[in-house]
Design a protein around this ligand. Structure first.
Ligand SMILES: Nc1ncnc2c1ncn2[C@@H]1O[C@H](COP(=O)(O)OP(=O)(O)O)[C@@H](O)[C@H]1O
Ligand SMILES: [Mg+2]
Length: 380
């Protein structure tokens, strides 16, 4: 019997619906259940042919368990190695190489020094940072958000340099990105499963949480096709089996805003009944496909085109412009040639210093003071 397991955290509706749906399909020799673990021994084969991972971003123990399962052949959805390596800033950088429009974005050293570092750890950073150039490039208002984050946590809209330094001063050890605001006329959140099943969901982020999927955007068939092409391009380049991509349309051009969501919200109460049904059905269908395709004793993970191209020592620009990956919309500002994305998670070190919370400083000319000696860690 090939077992499909689901590993999950606080979500309530999706895991059970997923298991029930797989089992209701009565595929010979395939069953689904909640993953159950009572020990993790190195190199030991897991009981599961396929595991859908909905929670290892929050539980490092699970991430370790999943890598151990993967090395013995379990098809883990999503690839735990890639998920560990990826983050939003890399994602944006990669997209610039494959021709997917993304907002102008820069990476910022954290406001506080990471634990167990000192000023000496940041001798390669120049103080002050080149804030004038950064602010001129990004413009205001802008968005500031963690380079590895989700769930709208620590996402700020910043209106000017002074506002930026005040808000950056609240971000502690988080590594943030500063990003051009895309003033959009339409917004879409798109599920992508197995890099072939795509569900484009009109989404209005300016509505209160429970009404965000109540949006009246109606893409034409041609626009829908264009959006689907971008979603497939992004997820195929990165190598996610299960992801959501947020696209904001400005002057008709779709910009990828948030596309590093390997455990996307799938709660019935939040996505609505129709979207919930779609995701349950396609996740079940895809997990069964992966169980059937499973080959014992070998790697059964999905690896994205970026990794494959890199391993083959081919130029990343090869990822752009192939028929399947043709950018649906021309970039406005000619950004090199191709773009790719990658996502990373977590712990980064930023210099405490860098952006001295200008608090006191007249936001004025930007240049925040270099690391405040002590950088008093602020509690969030
Ligand atoms: N560059 C941007 N331009 C316009 N709106 C943005 C931008 N970045 C984020 N937002 C808004 O903030 C919301 C949360 O940001 P997002 O990047 O999706 O972070 P998270 O991963 O936490 O969901 C988005 O859904 C969007 O409404
Ligand atoms: Mg988002």
């Amino acid at each position: 019997m090939k077992k499909i397991g689901i590993l999950f955290g606080m979500e309530e509706s999706f895991p059970k619906a997923f298991v029930d749906r797989v089992n209701s399909k009565k595929e010979a020799g395939i069953s689904a259940e909640f993953v159950s673990i009572d020990k993790v021994v190195q190199g030991e084969t897991s009981d599961y042919t396929v595991i859908i991972d909905r929670i290892s971003q929050d539980v490092p123990f699970y991430r370790g368990m999943l890598k151990n399962a993967a090395v013995s052949g379990t098809a883990v959805i999503n690839n735990p190695f890639w998920w560990s390596a990826d983050e939003k800033f890399f994602n944006n950088a990669l997209m610039t190489k494959v021709g997917v429009p993304v907002p102008k974005t820069v990476l910022l050293p954290s406001n506080e020094r990471p634990d167990d570092t000192s000023e000496k750890s940041f001798r390669n950073l120049k103080f002050p940072f080149d804030w004038d150039t950064i602010f001129n490039y990004i413009g205001f208002p802008a968005y500031m958000k963690p380079f590895a984050g989700g769930g709208w946590k620590s996402v700020y809209k910043v209106h000017n340099a002074e506002d930026f330094f005040i808000k950056h001063g609240e971000t502690g050890q988080l590594v943030m990105m500063l990003q051009e605001e895309i003033v959009f006329e339409e917004y879409y959140r798109c599920y992508c499963i197995g890099n072939k099943y795509v569900k484009v969901m009109p989404y209005e982020p300016r509505n209160p949480h429970h009404l965000r999927y109540v949006a009246d955007f109606k893409p034409s068939p041609a626009k829908l096709k264009e959006l689907e092409g971008i979603v497939l391009n992004i997820c195929g380049t990165l190598g996610y089996d299960f992801n959501t991509v947020e696209l904001a349309l400005r002057d008709g051009v779709p910009y990828a805003i948030d596309f590093c969501n390997p455990a996307p919200d799938a709660e019935a109460s939040s996505v609505g009944e129709e979207n919930f049904e779609w995701v349950v059905e396609h996740a079940a269908k895809y997990a069964i496909e992966r169980a059937k395709a499973h080959k014992p004793g070998q790697d059964n993970l999905t690896w994205g085109d970026y990794i494959k191209t890199s391993v083959a020592k081919k130029p990343v620009a090869d990822l752009a412009g192939t028929p399947a990956k043709k950018p649906a919309a021309p970039r406005k500002a000619p950004a090199k040639k191709a773009t790719t994305t990658a996502k990373t998670t977590t712990k980064t070190t930023a210099a405490k210093t860098t952006a001295k919370p200008a608090a006191k400083k007249p936001a004025a000319k930007s240049t925040p003071k270099p690391a405040a000696k002590k950088a008093t860690p602020k509690k969030k």
